[in-house]
Design a protein. Structure first.
Length: 412
């Protein structure tokens, strides 16, 4: 009995510890995890962060990515566009083709994050996390490049230029024909104010919004500020348009369907006592369905046309439809959820709300089904904020999720 009692206690203690471990959601062990280059991912990210380049100007960034890819075993490198790079890994056995995409471009703003590896380029900053996206996908390529014998099929690692600036870099790569054999596309975007290292599965169907923009020039008639009857005031016309546009969402769009009309620019005149002859308005419009997108465009154009006529003004309108909404595939979403949970633990995978921002990743759906997800990077300033920062401890989980998703897709 004396010998049995310690054994029973040990078993009970072991069971309690196992239960505690499961409750805590410790990361599952995977054999390939030792190949994840966690330190290099941070080094790559910091180099790119310090040397940001704007959309369609990612020459040094793309060269840097190409050099890293060429240093890895079993990776073929192609350049489908001037500043984009694709790494191709062919597995030991034939099978499907899967692509994972990262974007590389920065934004035109002065960094205020205060990190020691801040941007060296004046008024250019990686304030949306594309440096982290690129570094993570390099980490994924590095990890899988050592696993050729375990891969059935082909992996495309897409390092895309110009996500931030329409028409977007995805269109260039698609038009180049480099991705015609891909069977499925995955993408991941870092987001602050979600737990660091937790993967968010965006909704099936509309996972982001479509983006349209317009630039409106109202042409009135200049006059002295004390003689308004001799002029046509474009500021008054513009104000009436701004007010009327608020009714599009509240009175034309079906309640409950996400739609945003934001007037981000209203400029006119240079002096307090002069009625200017012109005013300029610019707006961003976000919708999720094709029908609503068409409805909103029609109503905006009608409002602008009728109000300017009513005031005796004329106008010039440039209405541009840019990125469509990402439409997440149900089967790919389910696979991504299972894969992320398998490698990170179920407690580190959550249902993410639809992104109200827009993404040119949506264009890849023209070729094959897509699934787009998020990676939490901890508390901090929002994307596109000069104080934006990334909890770099989260990046290793991003790499692990990407690797597992790719392996599971090819081997399912």
């Amino acid at each position: 009995m004396k010998k049995v009692l310690p054994l029973i206690l040990a078993l009970l203690l072991s069971g309690a510890l196992n239960a505690q471990t499961k409750k805590a959601g410790n990361t599952p062990n995977v054999s390939w995890a030792k190949n994840v280059p966690a330190e290099e991912v941070i080094q790559w990210r910091r180099h790119i962060h310090q040397n940001p380049e704007l959309s369609f100007q990612e020459e040094n960034t793309s060269k840097y990515v190409e050099e890293v890819l060429k240093s890895l075993p079993n990776i073929e490198v192609i350049r489908p566009a001037k500043t984009s790079v694709i790494g191709i890994l062919k597995g030991a056995k034939p099978g499907k083709t899967v692509a994972f995409r990262a974007d590389m471009d920065a934004l035109p703003m002065q960094e205020e994050s205060g990190v020691p590896y801040s941007s060296k380029v004046e008024n250019v900053m990686h304030s949306c996390g594309h440096d982290a996206h690129t570094a993570m996908l390099l980490g994924t390529a590095s990890t899988l490049s050592k696993m050729k014998d375990q891969i059935k099929g082909t992996v495309y690692f897409i390092f895309q230029h110009a996500e931030e600036t329409p028409p977007g870099g995805a269109v260039d790569i698609i038009n180049a024909g480099a991705l015609k054999d891909v069977d499925a596309f995955f993408g991941m975007h870092v987001l602050p104010n979600f737990p660091a290292g937790h993967v968010g599965i965006l909704p099936v169907g509309a996972a982001s919004t479509a983006q349209d923009v317009f630039d409106l020039h109202i042409i009135g008639k200049g006059s002295h500020g004390s003689m308004p009857h001799l002029g046509i005031d474009p500021v008054v016309v513009g104000a009436a348009i701004v007010t009327a546009l608020q009714s599009v969402v509240s009175r034309n769009v079906e309640p409950g369907e996400m739609t945003v009309v934001t007037i981000g620019k209203f400029q006119s005149g240079d002096a307090f006592n002069v009625i200017a002859d012109r005013a300029e308005l610019a707006a961003s419009i976000r919708t999720t369905s094709d029908d609503t997108r068409k409805l909103v465009e029609t109503r905006i154009k009608e409002i602008i046309d009728n109000i300017t006529k009513a005031y005796g003004a004329t106008y010039e309108l440039d209405y541009i439809s840019t990125y469509p909404a990402i439409q997440n595939d149900e089967a790919l979403n389910s696979l991504a959820r299972r894969s992320a949970a398998a490698v990170l633990g179920k407690d580190k995978v959550f249902d993410a709300p639809m992104m109200t921002a827009s993404e040119d990743f949506a264009y890849y759906r023209k070729i094959a089904p897509v699934s787009f997800m998020t990676l939490g990077i901890g508390e901090g300033a929002a994307n596109h904020n000069p104080k934006f920062t990334v909890d770099e401890n989260a990046l290793q989980n991003g790499v692990k999720a990407q690797v597992q998703i790719i392996l599971d897709y090819l081997n399912k």
